[in-house]
Design a protein around this ligand. Structure first.
Ligand code: ADP
Length: 551
C-alpha cells in the first residue's frame, strides 16, 4: 500500500479531537493527535505533516503563539495550518492568524465536507511535493550517475591515450633498437666490400662484389625507411637545409641507380630544361626522393624499357618541376590514389619492397613546401611522377664535396678507433691504414681510456654502445688529454634518431655517423678534418693558441 499521509490535529479537548479524527478518517491518511503545544512540537519533530488542523484557543499557549513557533522553525515552516475558530472570534484574531502564516480558517461547528475538502487540497499538495522531491532525487541521482559515467569515461580515455602514447614510445624505442641491431652487421660487410673493390679481382668477382654492395645498401635503405616512418609518425623528422642545385641532385641520384639501369638493359634519357636550379633544401632528403622515384621506375619497368628524367620551370609559382617517367607496368586507376599511403602497394605480389618509399617521399616533399603527383594511362602503359619544389633566386656556390676515394689525406691522422664489433673494427682499420692513417683499436671504454692516457690521437672514432659503458663518456677525457691541440670526435652509432645525434654533439663529438657507415662518407669527413687539423695545428704552433676543433 502507498504510504499514508500524516495530518496533525491539535485541540485541548479530547472530544473535539475525536470528532475531527472521525471526519477526516480515511485509509490513506495517518491521523496524529496532540492536545497541547508540547505534544504538537514533539509530533512535528518526529515527522513531517501535510497539514495541521488547530484550535485557536488552547489553555497553555494560544494557537496563534504555537503557529508562530511552528513558522519560525525551518523544518516546519512550510506546513499549512488550518485554524478552527469559534463563531464569536473577532476579525482581529483572524487577521493575526493570517499574519503568522495560517492558510485558512474554519469556524466551529465544523462542516465535515468543508474540512475534508480543505484538508484534501493540502494532502494533494503534500503528495505532489513529495513526488516532485522523489523525482528530483532520482534526477539528481541520474545526473550524478551520468557525471560519474562521464568522469569514468574521461579517465578511461585518458588512460587509453596514455597507454597508446607509451606504446608509441615503446614502438619508437623498439624500432630504433631493431634498426640498430639490423644495421650493425651491415657495416663490416660494406667495409669488406670496399676492401675487395680495391683489390685486383677478375670481372666475375667484381660483379659479385657489386651485387653484395647493392643488396647491403638496399637492406640499409629498408631499415632507414622504417626509421623514417617512425620519425615522421612521432614528428621527429628534421630537415638540415642548405643551398643545392636541383640538377646536381638529380644526376647524383641517377648515378647511384646507373648499375641497375645497365643491368636491366633500360635506356635512361635526361631532358633537363629547368633554368631556376637553386633550391634551399636538405640535399640528402631530396636525393632520397629522386633515388626512390628512379629506383621505382627501374623496379617496375621490364628489360628494354625507357626511363626519362625531365626538369622544367613553372615560372608563375616559382617552382621547379622534376619528372620521372617510365614505360613500365603502369598503375591501375583504382589503385593510383593509394600509392602514397604507407605500406600500400598497387601490384600485390609483384610490388617489390615495403611500400614505404612513396609515403616517405610525399612527406619529405611537403616538408620542403612542394608537392608530388602521379599519372598513369593504366596497366602496362607506364607511369609519370612529378615533384614540384620551390626554387630560390640566384646560383649555387660550388664547393668541392666529392673528393675521390683514393685521395690521400693531407696529413696522416692518429686515430683511436673504439669498436667492440670485431669484424667492423678490423675491416675499418684496414681501410683507414690504406689511406695512410695510424689506427689503434680499443674494444672497451676501459681500453680506450688507457690508450688515451698513453699516447696522443687526432681523432676519436668511437662506437656508442660498448660492453663496459658508453663511447659518449670517452670524448671528454679525450679532449682533456688533447688540450692545446686540435682534435675531433666522430661518433659511430646504429642509432640515428635526432636525440641520438644531439646526445653525441652534447658529449663533444663533432660528427655522428649512422651505421652502416659508408666508408666513402667517413673518408670524406676525415679528409676535411685532416685538412682543418693540419691548418689549425700549424697556425697554433705559430700563435700558440689552439682550441679543439668545432663541429
Ligand atoms: P614499394 O616500391 O617499396 O612497394 P613505394 O611506396 O615506393 O613502395 O611504392 C608503392 C607502390 O606504388 C608500389 O608497390 C607499386 O605498386 C607502385 N609504384 C610505385 N612506383 C611505380 C612505378 N614507377 N610504376 C608502377 N607502379 C609503381
Amino acid at each position: 500500500m502507498a504510504q499514508r499521509t500524516p495530518i496533525l490535529l491539535v485541540d485541548d479537548d479530547a472530544k473535539n479531537l475525536l470528532v475531527l479524527e472521525t471526519i477526516l478518517d480515511a485509509p490513506d491518511y495517518q491521523i496524529i493527535k496532540a492536545s497541547n503545544a508540547d505534544q504538537t512540537l514533539m509530533a512535528l519533530m518526529q515527522q513531517d505533516c501535510a497539514a495541521i488542523v488547530m484550535d485557536v484557543r488552547m489553555p497553555d499557549m494560544s494557537g496563534i503563539e504555537l503557529a508562530q513557533l511552528i513558522k519560525k522553525r525551518r523544518k516546519t515552516q512550510h506546513i499549512p495550518i488550518l485554524f478552527l475558530t469559534a463563531h464569536h472570534d473577532d476579525e482581529e484574531n483572524v487577521m493575526l492568524g493570517y499574519d503568522v502564516g495560517a492558510v485558512d480558517y474554519i469556524t466551529k461547528p465544523v462542516n465535515p465536507a468543508i474540512l475534508r475538502s480543505k484538508v484534501g487540497v493540502f494532502v494533494d499538495l503534500f503528495r505532489k511535493t513529495a513526488d516532485l522531491a522523489r523525482l528530483n532525487v532520482a534526477m539528481e541521482g541520474e545526473i550524478q550517475e551520468r557525471n560519474a559515467n562521464e568522469r569514468a569515461q574521461r579517465i578511461i580515455a585518458e588512460a587509453a591515450r596514455a597507454e597508446a602514447e607509451a606504446a608509441n614510445r615503446a614502438k619508437d624505442r623498439f624500432l630504433a633498437m631493431l634498426s640498430h641491431e639490423l644495421r650493425t652487421p651491415l657495416s663490416p660487410v660494406l667495409h669488406a666490400v670496399a676492401l675487395l673493390e680495391e683489390e685486383e679481382t677478375p670481372p666475375a668477382v667484381q660483379e659479385l662484389v657489386a651485387t653484395i654492395r647493392r643488396n647491403v645498401q638496399l637492406e640499409a635503405r629498408l631499415i632507414d625507411d622504417l626509421l623514417d616512418l617512425a620519425r615522421i609518425r612521432s614528428g621527429k623528422l628534421q630537415l638540415h637545409l642548405e643551398n643545392a642545385d636541383v640538377h646536381d641532385l638529380l644526376r647524383r641520384a641517377a648515378q647511384i641507380c646507373e648499375p641497375d639501369i645497365r643491368k636491366q638493359n633500360l635506356e635512361l634519357l635526361l631532358d633537363l630544361k629547368a633554368t631556376r636550379l637553386k633550391l634551399n633544401v636538405d640535399p640528402a632528403r631530396i636525393l632520397q626522393i629522386f633515388w626512390n622515384l628512379i629506383n621505382n621506375a627501374i623496379k617496375y619497368t621490364s628489360g628494354g624499357g625507357l626511363i626519362t628524367l625531365k626538369t622544367r620551370d613553372e615560372t608563375e609559382r616559382g617552382l621547379v618541376v622534376i619528372e620521372v617517367a617510365d614505360s613500365g607496368i603502369g598503375i591501375h586507376p583504382d589503385r593510383i590514389d593509394k600509392i602514397f599511403d604507407a605500406f600500400e602497394q598497387a601490384h600485390g605480389d609483384q610490388s617489390i619492397g615495403l611500400g614505404l618509399g612513396l609515403a616517405i617521399s610525399r612527406v619529405l616533399v611537403e616538408m620542403h613546401g612542394g608537392r608530388i603527383e602521379v599519372e598513369s594511362p593504366g596497366p602496362g602503359r607506364g607511369s609519370l611522377f612529378a615533384v614540384f619544389l620551390p626554387a630560390v633566386e640566384g646560383e649555387v656556390e660550388r664547393t668541392r664535396r666529392d673528393l675521390p676515394l683514393d685521395h690521400k689525406a693531407p696529413v696522416s691522422l692518429r686515430i683511436l678507433l673504439t669498436e667492440d664489433h670485431f669484424d667492423t673494427a678490423s675491416n675499418l682499420k684496414r681501410l683507414l691504414v690504406r689511406r695512410g692513417h695510424e689506427v689503434d683499436v680499443a674494444s672497451t671504454v676501459a681500453e680506450a681510456r688507457a690508450l688515451i692516457g698513453r699516447k696522443p690521437f687526432d681523432i676519436l672514432l668511437s662506437d656508442i654502445g660498448l660492453p663496459d659503458g658508453k663511447g659518449l663518456d670517452l670524448m671528454q677525457p679525450f679532449l682533456n688529454a688533447s688540450a692545446g691541440r686540435s682534435v675531433a670526435g666522430i661518433a659511430l652509432s646504429g642509432y640515428g634518431m635526432p636525440e641520438d645525434v644531439r646526445r653525441s654533439m652534447d658529449a663533444g663529438f663533432s660528427h655522428h655517423l649512422t651505421k652502416p657507415v659508408e666508408f666513402a662518407r667517413l673518408h670524406r669527413e676525415l679528409l676535411a678534418i685532416s685538412a682543418r687539423i693540419s691548418g689549425q695545428n700549424t697556425a697554433g704552433q705559430e700563435t700558440g693558441a689552439v682550441s679543439s676543433l668545432p663541429g
